[in-house]
Write a new protein. Structure first.
Length: 282
């Protein structure tokens, strides 16, 4: 059967998956996978994942969640770690657009929420510029899981009338340019993503701007996962406590963190012992 001549002299390519003819144009779904616990995946996220033909996923997405994708879906890891990226962001953007233009249903599976330090906005812009249909499915961001598991509310009528999410790294990889005086005000919670390696600078900046060094603080590593670890400390003790952390972690500072319950008591006791040796009040 003749399909006629391609418009503008361009050759058309028929892409087959499982013997079925492909749509002329597919779609991209920016899906928040949550912090790792598959039970925290939203129903909408699960439906999008189960309909995927290509899944482009972060390294922080758990294996349990990836196992929910169809057996015939192509899984592509674009894992990013500090100073080590398997794909540059521009390459990821082009990949999403190219797959969708082949008529495939593409899920960009991102840890946490796509729009909270997930660079989902950049991917959305790339799809719009290319004329590719793009949908966004929110996810449970790590701060919510970390707070819930520790029993320490991010907001509290008596001790935290506001909560602010900030990043511990600027685009250049240096210390972020933040309004430290505003963040140093009492009775608010400050959540720092990607701040483990810059914990000393963050602690110093907040104390220098007027936040009391004894302000309660919490570090949560691998929030919501089976290997989650928590260290209850203070703003002044953040650098020493962060030195015990190897995996992805959040730093949370604020009076409401006084309600936090530590997890992994061996880790906490080790940190406290080192703090006493160095004269640091944790």
């Amino acid at each position: 059967m003749s399909h006629g001549k391609p418009k503008n002299g361009e050759s058309k390519r028929l892409v087959l998956l499982g013997g079925r003819p492909r749509r002329s144009v597919g779609a991209v779904w920016l899906v928040g996978a949550g912090p790792g616990d598959p039970e925290l995946l939203t129903i909408k996220a699960l439906k999008a994942l189960q309909a995927a033909e290509v899944v482009v996923h972060d390294g922080l997405v758990s294996d349990e969640i990836l196992a929910l994708a169809p057996s015939g879906a192509r899984l592509i890891s674009v894992a990013k770690r500090k100073s080590r990226h398997s794909y540059a962001q521009d390459e990821i953007n082009r990949m999403l657009v190219a797959f969708a233009q082949e008529g495939l249903n593409v899920v960009r599976l991102k840890g946490g929420d796509p729009f909270i330090f997930g660079r989902g906005g950049e991917e959305l812009e790339a799809c719009r510029e290319a004329g590719v249909e793009c949908h966004v499915v929110p996810g449970v961001t790590a701060a919510l899981a970390a707070s819930a598991n520790a029993g320490a509310p991010l907001t509290h009528r008596g001790s935290a009338q506001a909560v602010t999410f900030v990043t511990g790294h600027a685009a250049s990889g240096s210390e972020p340019d933040l309004d430290w005086e505003s963040l140093a005000k009492a009775n608010q919670t400050v959540v720092i993503y990607m701040g483990v390696s810059t914990a000393a600078g963050i602690s110093g900046r907040l104390i220098g701007a007027g936040r009391v060094g004894s302000t309660p603080a919490l570090i949560v590593e691998n929030a919501s996962r089976a290997d989650e670890r928590r260290i209850v400390t203070t703003l002044a003790g953040l650098p020493l406590a962060a030195a015990e952390i190897a995996g992805p972690a959040l730093l949370i500072v604020g009076e409401a963190m006084a309600l936090a319950q530590a997890g992994g008591m061996e880790i906490v006791s080790q940190v406290e012992a080192r703090g006493r040796e160095r004269g640091v009040k944790l």
